[in-house]
Write a protein that binds this ligand. Structure first.
Ligand code: NAP
Ligand code: MG
Length: 499
């Protein structure tokens, strides 16, 4: 059984206690590997090493092109190991090999590359208008790294989420301590190995595995950390924000969602049905921006439901390592229980189960759930309000577009969403009225590394990806250079002198 090591101060190490915990394959409950359990001391060592590396200037003071050169070496090494990374990701998280080999790993690597390339182009010098009162001064903004960042990531897209934290932090000159989710730590630890092989200076990237309550909380409290970037649940986001407030850390949060899909009467139903299913059942619904509330116009409702019930039979639930499987298990036993609990709640509150709603008989070894659709859902039912984070779709009928938009916006969340319509100008108008950070039109889930991603309302603070996301890893310094060297002209000094 492989025993992984953490990355602290440029070295691959065990935890100081020597303790390990198993990480489980959710498809069969077997142990995939053993992972160190970091103690508070390990966490502090990782933070201190990131602080030392930042303060030494070895990374932040390096030319951005030089930083990029080292980061591209990491990209190359990831590329060489794509197949292996995809397999590890599938076994650790239950994501299908179809998805990890075609999407999570290659797209994650491409995001890493694209973010580094974009970071190279972000100017550190930003001119400001000349100021000629009271005398001419030259003012500019210097874009600087924030310092030591903490990245805390969830279990749904372990590799991709690690990339979204590491690449922007490092290319912008910060150092980072990354904590993967306890359920899915392996590909982040693989990145640690790759970083060592790539010659990243010691302390610049640290990767430690341990619980949210020990490692996660220390990262939010420790005064040596300047910024916390969390992707996780809204509940954890609230907690992280509170802890980070003690030392006024910068915080970016990518949190939960309950995203709406609006299907207009003129939509191409083939696109709308498959798009809505893709929007919900991609990765068994364990995607923060999943379109889990689908608003369908009454004039097309029956046809839409009929098509949906047929198309859903083509989603093949099964062993994630079988390339034919298109949906794997949910990540853990706890999550399995939670999702089944929501399905019972949906039934109890009077929603009509249109399909799924149970564990497939032949797959009782793992944490599988059939793709589940509820119809006749009301937007005030629990299954339409709370984030389930599993393969459960709520279909809600509407008559007036304004009602659909109002219901879409009647949520504490505001992460994603979609509009299906052939009338693109109208779809854009609808998209503008949906209060979320991303809206797809006749599409779902496609994320562009050059476009910002993040949430309105309780779905988060700040953005990831694109220039907006990279700038979250910088701060601005205003430098004012007074060009008048004649003391007699600097009359404002005389506010404090009387001579
Ligand atoms: P989670 O329980 O909030 O965990 C996320 C991370 O936070 C994990 O690394 C976790 O560590 C850590 N953590 C837990 N408690 C903590 C604490 N008290 N202090 C500091 N860190 C703590 O979320 P999850 O269940 O892994 O992931 C699912 C959630 O993430 C969903 O709500 C989903 O919508 C959201 N998500 C959002 C996005 C986005 O971009 N908006 C993307 C993906 C997922 P442990 O694993 O050790 O508990
Ligand atoms: Mg696992």
């Amino acid at each position: 059984m492989e025993k992984y090591k953490m990355l602290i101060n440029g070295e691959l190490v065990d935890s100081e206690s020597g303790e390990f915990r198993p990480t489980i394959n959710p498809a069969n409950r077997e142990t995939v590997a053993m992972v160190p359990v970091a103690t508070l001391n390990d966490t502090r060592r990782a933070i201190e090493s990131a602080r030392k590396a930042f303060d030494s200037g070895i990374w932040s003071g390096m030319n951005v092109k030089e930083r990029a050169k080292i980061l591209y070496r990491i990209v190359e090494k990831m590329q060489e190991r794509q197949d292996e990374l995809a397999r590890i990701e599938s076994m650790d998280s239950g994501a299908t090999i179809r998805k990890t080999s075609m999407m999570d790993i290659p797209v994650g690597i491409e995001h890493f590359r694209a973010l580094v390339e974009l970071g190279e182009k972000i100017p550190t010098y930003e001119p400001l208008p000349w100021i000629d009162f009271p005398y001419i001064s030259w003012n500019f903004v210097n874009r600087e790294p924030i310092g030591v960042c903490a990245g805390i990531i969830p279990w749904n897209f372990p590799f991709m989420m690690a990339v979204w934290k590491i690449a922007p932090a490092l290319i912008m000159g910060n150092t980072i301590v990354l904590k993967p989710a306890s359920d899915t730590p392996l590909t982040a630890l693989e990145i640690g190995r790759i970083a060592v092989e790539s010659g990243l200076p010691e302390g610049v990237l640290n990767i430690i595995t341990g619980s949210g309550s020990v490692v996660g909380e220390e990262l939010c409290k420790n005064p040596m950390i300047d910024k916390v970037a969390l992707t996780g649940s809204t509940e954890t986001g609230r907690h992280v924000m509170k802890l980070a407030s003690e030392t006024i850390k910068k915080v970016t949060l990518e949190l939960g969602g309950k995203s709406p899909t609006i299907v207009c009467p003129d939509a191409d139903l083939k696109v709308a049905v498959d798009g809505s299913l893709f929007g919900t059942f991609f990765h068994a619904g364990q995607v923060c921006e999943s379109g889990t509330r689908c608003f369908v116009h009454s004039s097309i409702y029956d046809e839409f439901m009929e098509m949906m019930k047929e198309r859903i039979t083509h989603i093949k639930v099964g062993d994630p390592l079988d390339f034919e499987s298109t949906m794997g298990p949910v990540v853990s036993e706890a999550q399995h229980k939670r999702v089944l609990g929501y399905i019972e709640k949906g039934k109890a509150e009077g929603a009509k189960l249109a399909c799924g709603g149970k564990v497939p008989d032949e797959l009782r070894n793992g944490f599988f759930i059939l793709p589940t659709v509820f119809e006749n859902v009301r937007n005030d039912m629990t299954i339409a309000r709370e984030e389930i984070f599993g393969p459960v779709l709520s279909v809600i009928k509407y008559d007036e577009l304004d009602d659909a938009i109002n219901m879409a916006n009647d949520s504490i969340y505001g992460l994603g969403g979609a509009v299906f319509s052939r009338d693109i100008p109208m779809a854009i108008q609808i998209a503008k009225r949906i209060r979320t950070g991303t809206v797809w039109i006749n599409d779902y889930h496609l994320l562009n590394p050059l476009a910002p991603f993040g949430g309105y309302k309780q779905s988060g603070v700040g953005r990831e990806l694109g220039p907006h996301g990279l700038l979250e890893f910088t701060q601005v310094k205003h430098i004012h250079v007074d060009l008048s060297i004649d003391r007699s002209k600097k009359f404002w000094f005389d506010y404090i002198f009387n001579d």
